[in-house]
Ligand binder design. Structure first.
Ligand SMILES: [Fe+2]
Ligand SMILES: [Fe+2]
Length: 476
């Protein structure tokens, strides 16, 4: 098991001290990263003491330690999960051959693109969440936001390490570009659409960590199967941190629901205006936020039918999530996949494609199933409180920008409708400007230890066995 030496300038478990060239390259990148964090990271909280978890080893038992840290001093260690001895390629045309410790020349540009695309999302989300600290509903939530932020920073480091270690000069240039693109920037936006959407309120933050970090989980899971072993090991370790990001989303939305149900009980009504008078989030408004972030996150999986996805599978570059444990057929040479796609006349057609070409869709379907879990839990609360309302994931056809359903007007159940009707009914289905203004009006900072904003219930427990009234962030 590899321990991390935190006295090093760049803490790592990749034996950086014995690769002087790589160490120098990363030490050159480090001040650029810190400058980026200063300019684009959480604004105005550099002096705050934040109770953070820091990864200190890749051992599943006791991999992290907790303590008060200034965020700019958080040590963004580079970690690869421990090597699995004599690991073999687990799928595709080269199944059974030893995994690669170096990038094969013929896959260099494909692997670089995958790593850059994954790497780009990490700083993007920090940028998106930059201003949220000013309107935190509690110190507990503020700490969770910052925990997510510093770990996304570490994920960026992990990807930059791969670029520097395995892609030479191109890799170093890509690492600089990761700090030059910015979320929502008109000239140099982030690569993927969802990562350019503003996150200006905490309801959006919880939806983002629920839906978009979960996309991250599935991308990481499929890259953790990669034949390029350093990438697989990096992603495997990132998954341990990702779980907390989704926890923040799931429990955040669950607490919003709980608080709203209390207000519904007190007022004896589910009428939106009455609830808004009480300063809580009515459930149809929450549903519109879910519709927005879910549909946006679905596009991150790419087109239903994709020759890129097929060759990444064939070449062993990107597998399915849990490829080794969840599937019998790891070759998928003869298997097919059935899709329903829109035809030219506004109807539906059945398409049978090779399974390899449908890998994006396989991933998306697994993701949607995972998304359902939280909805079940939230709906359980609503049901227990005696209400008929149910939160629901919209159809995967709704409001898509990429793939077979891109720009096809459908209702929430995925039925194709006239464009005019689609436009007319959008205010029922997506957050309206009035919704957003209302949510924004709730965003008032609460920073007394143990106190919560009125629109969200307290969590069930604190961090790392500490009480809810613990001062998770010392602002002074
Ligand atoms: Fe991440
Ligand atoms: Fe994340």
């Amino acid at each position: 098991m590899s321990q991390i030496n935190y006295s090093e300038k760049i803490p790592n478990n990749v034996d950086l001290a014995n690769d002087r060239t790589l160490q120098r390259a990363l030490e050159h990148w480090q001040p650029h990263f810190l400058q980026w964090w200063h300019e684009m990271g959480p604004s105005d909280f550099e002096a705050a003491d934040v109770y953070l978890r820091t990864a200190v080893s890749v051992d599943a038992q006791g991999w992290a330690q907790y303590g008060a840290v200034h965020m700019p001093d958080y040590r963004w260690g580079i970690f690869l999960a421990d090597r699995v001895a004599s690991r073999k390629i687990g799928f595709g045309d080269r199944m059974g051959q030893p995994v690669w410790q170096q990038v094969p020349g013929e896959y260099r540009s494909t692997l670089r693109r995958l790593i850059v695309t994954q790497g780009d999302t990490e700083p993007a989300s920090v940028e998106q969440q930059r201003l949220l600290g000013h309107s935190c509903p509690s110190l507990y939530d503020l700490r969770n936001l910052f925990q997510v932020n510093v770990e996304e920073g570490r994920h960026l480091w992990a990807m930059v390490y791969l670029l520097h270690a395995h892609f030479g000069r191109d890799g170093r240039e890509e690492a600089e570009e990761l700090l030059a693109r910015h979320s929502g920037d008109a000239d140099k936006p982030r690569i993927l659409g969802t990562f350019n959407e503003p996150i200006s309120d905490w309801l959006s933050f919880f939806c983002f960590t629920y839906f978009t970090d979960r996309d991250g989980k599935f991308q990481l899971k499929s890259l953790a199967e990669s034949s390029f072993d350093p990438l697989a090991r990096t992603c495997r370790f990132m998954l341990t941190e990702e779980a907390h990001h989704m926890f923040v989303g799931e429990t955040g939305i669950g607490r919003v629901v709980r608080r709203t149900l209390q207000a519904m009980q007190e007022l004896g009504t589910d009428e939106a205006q009455a609830l808004r008078g009480q300063g809580v989030v009515d459930l149809p408004l929450l549903q519109r936020y879910l519709n927005f972030w879910f549909s946006s996150s679905l596009d991150l999986f790419g087109s239903e039918v994709s020759s890129n996805a097929a060759s990444s599978f064939a070449n062993g570059i990107k597998g399915r999530p849990d490829e080794t444990t969840q599937y019998q057929d790891h070759l998928c040479t003869d298997a097919t996949y059935e899709l329903q796609t829109p035809d030219a006349e506004g109807g539906l057609q059945k398409e049978t494609v090779s399974l390899r070409n449908a890998m994006n869709e396989v991933l998306r379907v697994a993701y949607v199933r995972d998304c359902e879990i939280g909805l079940k839990r939230w709906n359980m609360q609503i049901q227990k409180a005696g209400h008929d309302f149910r939160l629901k994931l919209p159809s995967t056809r709704f409001r898509r920008s990429i793939g077979a359903w891109a720009n096809v007007p459908t209702d929430l159940d995925g039925r194709i409708i006239a464009r005019e009707e689609y436009q007319r009914r959008l205010p029922e289905r997506l957050p309206t400007p009035a919704d957003r203004t209302y949510v924004q009006s709730l965003m008032q900072r609460v920073s007394t230890p143990g106190k919560m904003a009125g629109w969200i219930a307290p969590p069930d427990r604190g961090i790392n066995n500490l009480g809810l009234d613990y001062e998770y962030v010392r602002l002074s």
